[in-house]
Design a protein around this ligand. Structure first.
Ligand SMILES: NC(=O)c1ccc[n+]([C@@H]2O[C@H](COP(=O)([O-])OP(=O)(O)OC[C@H]3O[C@@H](n4cnc5c(N)ncnc54)[C@H](OP(=O)(O)O)[C@@H]3O)[C@@H](O)[C@H]2O)c1
Length: 353
């Protein structure tokens, strides 16, 4: 496998740091440039970043000089990962794509663009073809691919087997979201310790909309979105990592027995299982029988943080199926998800050295 030179935009932030940690021994990708705001540019990374990962800052980056996020300073990379703040991502990511540098982004800015794939490789790997419809650069060398909101990922991964087998009529979901999802310094400690905050700005519309694009069908170069309502309530809870969601689903076709749903989820096979992608979890969904599970502190790191853990699958009188799902928000829900997207993009020939 060829070695790719990867840049990281927003390298000093919570997601940027997770990229650095996850890429440190990556078999295909080597970090060759780090970018952040003008506050950080020109400084060695160790001075610019307030390192919040629990493992030491890798020596390969600590003396690397942080660059400004402009394509002219990133001419030596094959592509960039972006963990940029959404207030600046539209302009900066667009400028990189126009300059012919592929961008694999975590930010929300381009997720709803009809030419930009919103990807979860286990759910909609075929949507990658949307890249061919993008017009950022004349020769097609620059493009943008995105990964979804950190709640939309476990929600959609867990809905996928149900959607394919029974069809979905409607979904009601409540998310209990970890504080690392707010970046650093994030939520003030006096607000969150011993408390629950009943509102996360901007979160519910993303949770409602993104699963519909992810579960949509690619037809004639366009995604026909799935058509069911998702009613979302997003809460911030005093958990460090791991967003837990309580999901209630009304199906188009009711299963004869609720045990069919757990069997279906348990036996579901990911379409990328045989591609040999280094970050792909062997078991993207894990179903717990024990009613105490999943729990963020115990299970967020399952399969290097890339697994969606599911439990408490049960029927109900109002909705047909209820369950709990949970995934690591800064790994599966951010940097790890983007790295898996990049691996799929290599395998499918979109990323080239
Ligand atoms: N945290 C999560 O769980 C999560 C999950 C999914 C998606 N996301 C998304 O990922 C992105 C990053 O989130 P985060 O939690 O890592 O945020 P964060 O900790 O606040 O980091 C933001 C990064 O953006 C950089 N930045 C800010 N203004 C800039 C500018 N004008 N030019 C260039 N760089 C600039 C910052 O650099 P400086 O240090 O120099 O200011 C920093 O590196 C956001 O779009 C967020 O919505 C986050």
């Amino acid at each position: 496998m060829a070695q790719f030179k990867a840049g990281i935009l927003g390298a000093t932030g919570a997601v940027g740091q997770k990229f650095i940690r996850l890429l440190q021994d990556h078999p295909w990708f080597t970090i060759s440039a780090l970018g952040a705001s003008g506050r950080s540019a020109g400084k060695p990374y160790s001075e610019a970043a307030n390192w919040i990962e629990s493992t030491p800052m890798p020596e390969s980056v600590n003396q690397m000089e942080v660059r400004n996020c402009t394509s002219s300073e990133f001419g030596d990379v094959d592509f960039v990962f972006s963990g940029l703040d959404s207030t600046v991502a539209t302009e900066i990511e667009g400028e990189f794509a126009i300059a012919g540098i592929p961008v694999i982004s975590n930010a929300k800015n381009y997720r709803t663009d009809p030419t930009v794939p919103l990807l979860v490789p286990e759910v909609n790997p075929d949507h990658i073809e949307l890249i061919k419809t993008q017009k950022f650069s004349a020769d097609g060398s620059g493009w943008i691919a995105t990964n979804p909101n950190c709640v939309a990922i476990p929600l959609t991964m867990s809905l996928k087997p149900l959607y394919d087998a029974f069809g979905i009529h409607s979904v009601v979901v409540t998310s209990l979201q970890a504080i690392s999802g707010a970046g650093y310094p994030g939520v003030p400690s006096l607000d969150i310790l011993g408390n629950v905050i009943p509102y996360i700005g901007g979160e519910e519309p993303k949770i409602s909309a993104e699963p519909l694009k992810l579960l949509g069908k690619l037809e004639n170069g366009q995604v026909q979105h799935a058509a069911f309502p998702v009613q979302a309530t997003a809460l911030r809870v005093p958990v460090i990592n791991g967003h837990l969601i309580a999901v209630n689903v009304k199906l188009n076709e009711k299963p004869s027995n609720i045990s069919k749903v757990s069997e279906l989820m348990r036996s579901w096979k990911s379409p990328i299982a045989d591609l040999g992608l280094p970050s792909a979890p062997a078991f993207p969904l894990h179903i717990y029988e024990d009613e105490r599970y999943p729990q963020p502190r115990l299970h967020a790191d399952n399969e290097n943080g890339m697994q969606t853990a599911i439990g408490r699958i049960r029927g109900g009188d109002v909705m047909d199926v209820s369950y709990i799902a949970m995934a690591h928000n800064t790994i599966r829900g951010a940097a790890g998800g983007a790295i898996l997207n990049a691996e799929l993009l290599v395998k499918k020939g979109f990323l080239k050295v």
